[in-house]
Design a protein around this ligand. Structure first.
Ligand code: PLP
Length: 248
């Protein structure tokens, strides 16, 4: 411990080095697979991490943060209101009665998996938009990722692949929503080679449903399997533990 260091110094250096290592892993995986590292964005998953660690990551240039619980996201947002360039992403199961409170707060929802949730997101997003001649301001659209369950029974979140066509159509009907792509959380506990076939299946689903013209982004890969996700074509990796340490 440094003499005279302010409280938080040690935590800050841990977050900084975590971020540096994760960025380097992304860069190396992208280069190995012939991809431009700039095509892979890092979402720092800050659920169940203290607000100070988010400040530390922000100070290191990180701008996109993912949270899994609406209430926790809103209280951290209040605490960190001075970080004006911070973008919040909702990545966890979202109840419809929490949707209104997140409007204007989150820039993206990665965990959209039902027609009822799409309808509520669309309704609330539309209410917030500013009418202009000829329609609504396009830049207010909420980015939506459809979460697909590719692991069968092992986890409940995410739609069945057979439902994807209907969900895509539903999002595209909502003026306040911008369809960005697909998201998955693989079954298999993050074991990299267990994730690979599931990431490949997500790519295949994207191809079957209009390719990158319809679904430009893929949100896949976490601390343990981010290299495999980048190799398979991820445009967002969602990393918590390897940036911030174990969750409380
Ligand atoms: C918690 C979480 C992550 C991050 O997981 P780590 O293993 O800590 O990197 C990514 N995505 C989702 C949806 C999560 O809930």
């Amino acid at each position: 411990m440094k003499l005279g260091g302010a409280p938080g110094d040690d935590a800050e250096s841990a977050v900084l080095s975590g971020l540096r290592v994760v960025r380097e892993r992304i860069r190396a995986a992208a280069e190995r697979s012939g991809r431009d590292p700039a095509g892979v964005r890092l979402l720092a998953v800050s659920k169940r991490q203290p607000a100070q660690k988010i400040r530390d990551a922000y100070a290191a240039g990180q701008r996109d943060f993912g949270e899994s619980y609406a209430q926790e996201l809103l209280s951290k947002r209040a605490e960190l209101a001075d970080l004006v360039e911070l973008r919040w992403h909702m990545i966890g199961a979202l109840q419809r009665n929490k949707v209104a409170g997140l409007m204007g707060v989150v820039s993206a929802v990665h965990s959209v998996d039902s027609l009822r949730l799409i309808a509520e997101l669309g309704r609330r997003a539309r209410e917030r938009r500013v009418p202009v001649a000829g329609g609504l301001l396009p830049d207010a659209a909420l980015a939506v990722f459809l979460e697909v369950n590719l692991g069968g029974e092992e986890q409940k979140a995410g739609c069945d692949p057979s439902e994807l066509g209907a969900l895509i159509a539903a999002v595209r009907e909502q003026e306040g929503l911008a369809l960005r792509g697909l998201m998955t959380i693989p079954a298999g506990g993050g074991q990299p080679e267990a994730s690979r076939p599931q990431f490949e299946a997500l790519v295949a689903l994207r191809d079957r449903h209009g390719g990158s013209a319809v679904l430009p982004e893929l949100s896949m890969g976490m601390s343990q399997d981010l290299e495999v996700a980048v190799e398979c074509g991820a445009s967002w990796v969602r990393v918590g533990t390897d940036i911030f340490g174990a969750r409380t």
